[in-house]
Design a protein around this ligand. Structure first.
Ligand SMILES: Cc1cc2nc3c(=O)[nH]c(=O)nc-3n(C[C@H](O)[C@H](O)[C@H](O)COP(=O)(O)OP(=O)(O)OC[C@H]3O[C@@H](n4cnc5c(N)ncnc54)[C@H](O)[C@@H]3O)c2cc1C
Length: 549
């Protein structure tokens, strides 16, 4: 917490030139790019809802909850005092308070409970939350993303679905019938392979009425305190998707042995575990042998949030950095007025704005998917592109923002180290970088509607800037080239990401941003680090747009 009225005149020196703490602010109201994108992409109906969460996330009290939930990591309680297994995870109260904020503001539910398309709104809400705390987003995202899979099962469509889409957070360790709300996890990765889940060895033998007994392990299972999990196991008919509840229908504990919690680089508030199934009950979801296709519906939705997270991290890092340099002086000038610092931050602001715009446009694809094949095609391809590209940008971006602080940015009393530790994660899970680029190839080659939908969207931006038009032709030639497709997958994905971002900038951003983005990102007027934009770039407009004083 920020302590009031600290003493600045100390016995040995006076403390000067220290920026004030970032005051409480509304993360939504102060984010021009997000506000415009929410309205443009179809989420205007929920402006008040999003603004309400923006206010909560900008409170110093919420930041303190985030700090505490990360300082006091979750602990495994595999056994009770009598040596009996309970496999529970103990969280700090701050974690529960954050879960209550997230679920209470319907981040996981709104896309499914609103009477109009709600993925854009879901995305905007979680984008606000993820700026302050990333760990809680893991169970919130999985709960959101599990819904379309649960909807496929007549057994799960009833009580489970009601609890999973509830706006009440209920951390009780109890059967779902006794709870007001439930959360869902996902367990696919095994020791011998996470990208290639066809190598899963967990075995499922049929019991009765759609239930199977699962035996095996999962090497990564995040949020293991969740009430139920979608998982994969080898049934007689092949790799299949199962729903594993923590409690069996008869009210006894389902064996769900949490072996240990992972000691992770970051994402500390969130528990990630290794688990074992031993005659663990799982309900078949979808058909036997169609496990990957079934669970991919969930993965398609978690991917949206793995594209959201880096955009959120970049936005928060940018805000923190701009605030700091506006108040810190070096060499007789505020840092923000040093020409090189302006270039660095304006350059970063371009990427942050483009990230948010792309994210929100992708989310609209999800909203349109139910009623239009173009929407579905756009979402299918563009989410993979966005997940890859935004996550590749985030770690370096956050590091540059940290450096704007100088030494204190490396110190845990700022949010910067936490943002930095979080930055690589969303690239790794839900399909690591290469795997995502290969998926982009798959979407282009096997789903022509997806590429057509994306090209159709890009075409709407042609004719305004020759650099963009040339880059689009270059990309189309690269797609038509059938040599060495896998080896070129990163290059293709990167080109498409920049085109998508540039097309949004051209159509919707102020000219200062659009012109600079196209010239530097597509036209080659850029070096390999931030701050190498040319003198012609209007840094004043870009910085004023990013974080108005
Ligand atoms: C904190 C954390 C929490 C997690 N939580 C969960 C969870 O809740 N549930 C769950 O199921 N999993 C979870 N995971 C696991 C995660 O999804 C996997 O680690 C990820 O999918 C990669 O699988 P792997 O670790 O087996 O790596 P591998 O599959 O061995 O891949 C290693 C590298 O090889 C690359 N690669 C793979 N195939 C190819 C190819 N054909 N060509 C080129 N490169 C290739 C990959 O991109 C990757 O960079 C979590 C991971 C982390 C770090």
């Amino acid at each position: 917490m920020v302590s009031p009225a600290p003493i600045t005149r100390l016995p040995t020196h006076e403390v000067t030139n220290q920026p004030p703490p970032l005051p409480a602010y509304n993360l939504f109201e102060r984010d021009l790019v997000l506000r415009e994108a929410l309205a443009r992409e179809g989420g205007a109906w929920a402006t008040d809802t999003v603004a309400a969460l923006g206010a909560v996330m900008g409170r110093p009290e919420t930041l303190e909850l985030a700090n505490q939930a990360n300082r006091h990591k979750p602990e495994l309680r595999a056994f009770n005092r009598y040596g009996q297994r309970i496999d529970e995870v103990e969280f700090h109260p701050a974690y529960h308070a954050l879960m209550e904020i997230a679920i209470g503001h319907e981040i996981s539910a709104i896309a499914w409970t609103a009477d109009q398309p709600g993925h854009v709104v879901h995305t905007a809400l979680e984008y606000l939350f993820a700026q302050i705390e990333g760990g809680v987003c893991c169970p919130v995202t999985m709960t959101y993303a599990a819904v379309p899979v649960l909807q496929k099962s007549s057994e799960l469509k009833t009580d489970w679905l009601t609890k999973v889409t509830s706006a009440t957070y209920d951390p009780a360790v109890a059967p779902v019938s006794e709870k007001k709300g439930a959360t869902i996890g996902m367990a696919m990765t095994e020791k011998q392979g996470g990208s290639d889940v066809r190598t899963n060895t967990t075995a499922a033998s049929p019991l009765d009425a759609g239930w199977y007994a699962l035996t095996g392990h999962k090497w990564f299972c995040s949020a293991p305190m969740s009430d139920g999990f979608l998982t994969l196991a080898q049934a007689p008919g092949g790799l299949s998707c199962f729903f594993v509840p923590r409690w069996r229908p008869d009210g006894t504990r389902n064996p769900f042995f949490i072996q240990r919690l992972k000691d992770k680089l970051g994402n500390w508030s969130n528990a990630s575990s290794e688990i074992e199934y031993h005659d663990t009950w799982g309900l078949l979801v979808g058909e036997e042998g169609r496990g990957i296709a079934t669970i991919m519906t969930m993965v398609h939705h978690t991917r949206l949030d793995t594209a959201m997270a880096p955009a959120a991290l970049m936005r928060q890092a940018l805000v923190q950095a701009i605030h700091h340099v506006r108040h810190r002086t070096a060499f007789q000038k505020k840092l923000i007025d040093q020409p090189l610092m302006r270039r660095v931050l304006a350059d970063m602001a371009l990427d942050s704005a483009a990230a948010t715009m792309l994210l929100m446009r992708v989310a609209r694809g999800y909203d349109e998917a139910a009623s239009s094949s173009d929407g579905a095609g756009y979402a299918r391809l563009a989410v993979a592109v966005a997940k890859y590209w935004l996550n590749k940008q985030a770690p370096n971006f956050v590091y540059e923002a940290m450096e704007c602080f100088g030494g204190v940015g490396y110190v845990e009393e700022t949010i910067m180290p936490r943002l930095y530790r979080e930055a690589p994660l969303n690239s790794i899970w839900e399909g690591s970088g290469n795997v995502i680029c290969l998926d982009v190839l798959r979407a282009i080659n096997r789903d022509p509607g997806a590429l057509d939908a994306v090209l159709g969207d890009l075409a709407a931006a042609t004719g305004a800037d020759r650099t963009f038009d040339t880059a689009l032709t270059r990309f189309q030639n690269a797609v038509a080239d059938t040599s060495d497709p896998e080896g070129r997958a990163r290059s293709l994905t990167e080109q498409l990401a920049l085109l998508l971002q540039a097309s949004l900038m051209i159509r919707h951003a102020p000219p200062a941003l659009a012109d600079a983005f196209v010239a530097t990102r597509l036209g080659g007027e850029h070096g390999r680090t931030f701050g190498t934009i040319p003198a012609s770039v209007d840094c004043d407009s870009i910085l004023g747009h990013a974080w108005p004083e």
